[in-house]
Design a protein around this ligand. Structure first.
Ligand code: GSH
Length: 301
């Protein structure tokens, strides 16, 4: 029965050619920015603010990881973690501008440039940025050396697992031009397995590394917490995400942290205007320069 249903779909008639060619857009959300070629498409300077740390990003889960860590560092008193954050509009192809490609040859947010070093240091890949900042400030990593492998393991778990959640499940469930049972089933199964991995671990651990709140939590929460809180792909019900009770407990606990709330606002160009801080240069920006206030001031002239 099932086989018949699948083979009846017109989309199953596709026979791959001998050599794949980029001939047409897929039609899915973000199809306009997907290209099979790396490198810059145009010359574009990136702005540089006053702080040593310059972040070029967007408030997607990968972007939030870094702004959450920076806000947590500042909240913990690491004043040298002050940063300028600029919004990179990936929908408009700004990740293909020449300066951005110099900062990240992979053309994806987030990218960090540290100007406090003799020559500016570029760091790309969100996991590498988290490690770089945690090591630089000696914070949000376990102090006990024997726990460090656990932190690294969960950090790498996130970097390896989330593409199944985002690029796999999220793409086919929310962004593909039409619903396809096979990939949605395949990736829903894998994502539910991942949710269960987290749930079982969090049954005996307050955070991913026991009692220590670390960059592993900051990497995992923006992705898996978003699913549980139904902030990603509108899929919480489909995945029965709130049934993972330990994961739900951890998700809510991290969601309530003031630094996490601030980190989620930085470089946000979507959602309620009062939650959008498109550029961040100073702690006072959260009070004074959210998008609702900027637009109200503009109207007043
Ligand atoms: N592995 C990378 C993934 C980064 C990534 O996929 N960024 C997305 C937004 S979440 C992006 O910039 N997409 C733009 C594009 O694909 O052109 C990381 O963790 O930093």
């Amino acid at each position: 029965m099932k086989e018949e249903k699948i083979s009846n779909s017109k989309h199953d008639e596709y026979v791959p050619p001998k050599v794949w060619k980029w001939e047409q857009e897929s039609g899915g959300t973000f199809a306009n920015i997907n290209r099979p070629i790396a490198g810059a498409t145009h010359d574009k300077k990136l702005p540089i603010g006053n702080h040593p740390l310059q972040l070029y990003s967007l408030a997607t889960p990968n972007g939030q990881k870094v702004t959450i860590l920076l806000e947590e560092l500042l909240a913990a008193g690491h004043s040298d973690a002050e940063y300028d954050a600029y919004l990179i509009n990936i929908g408009e192809g700004e990740q293909f501008g020449s300066d951005f490609v110099d900062a990240n040859p992979n053309s994806k947010i987030p990218a960090l440039v540290d100007h406090s070093t003799a020559e500016p240091t570029r760091v790309f890949e969100s996991g590498a940025i988290l490690l770089y900042l945690a090591e630089k400030h000696q914070a949000f990593m376990p102090t006990d050396a024997s726990k460090r492998p656990e932190m690294l393991s969960w950090l790498m778990w996130q970097m390896g697992s989330a593409p199944y959640l985002g690029g796999g499940f999220g793409h086919f469930y929310a962004y593909a031009p039409y619903k396809m049972e096979y990939p949605i089933n395949r990736f829903a199964m894998e994502v539910k397995r991942q949710l269960d991995v987290l749930d079982r671990h969090l049954a005996d651990n307050q955070f991913m590394c026991g009692d220590d709140y670390t960059i592993a939590d900051m990497a995992i929460w923006p992705w898996y917490g978003s699913v549980v809180l139904n902030r990603a792909y509108s899929a919480a019900e489909f995945l029965d995400a709130t049934s993972y009770k330990n994961l739900l407990r951890w998700t809510n606990e991290i969601d309530a942290r003031p630094a996490v709330k601030r980190g989620r606002m930085v470089n946000r160009g979507f959602g309620p205007l009062e939650e959008q801080l498109r550029e961040r240069h100073d702690a006072s920006d959260f009070e004074l320069r959210t998008q609702d206030k900027l637009e109200a001031a503009e109207k007043e002239g």
